[in-house]
Design a protein around this ligand. Sequence first.
Ligand code: COA
Length: 110
Amino acid sequence: MATVSGVAATEAPKIVWNERDKRFETEDKKAYLEYELRNGGKVMDITHTFVPSSKRGLGLASHLSVAAFNHAQSNKLSVIPTCSYISDTFVPRNPAWKSVLFSEDLKSSI
Ligand code: COA
């Protein structure tokens, strides 16, 4: 696999699952999506998404979200979209993922 820095803008960034810290993150860890597991590990509550200001607006949060939703779907978890980026931007723009939501209107109290 090529390991050059300065990846072309059209190339999807590599997203890593950090199971210990319950995050999906870029290899440099500067952009991340955080979650909590609920209901005995059956529910992934996405509590926060963060992208450094210099990298915003390029779809990086969307890539992090796709990685998290793919993981949830593969592991038969349902998702609570506590993070407003997930509930107000990612899911409305990618409505096919609604089928993975625990409940469209439910948010945790975090
Ligand atoms: N809630 C919901 N949607 C938001 C948002 C927020 N707080 N901040 C930005 N967005 C939307 C914008 O409308 C933007 O739409 P546009 O492309 O039409 O301008 C869209 O996100 C950009 O999508 P994308 O490029 O995939 O996101 P990003 O890589 O720029 O990262 C955030 C988005 C929210 C993760 C980033 O702006 C950030 O880290 N903000 C500070 C932390 C934060 O507020 N996190 C969300 C709440 S947990």
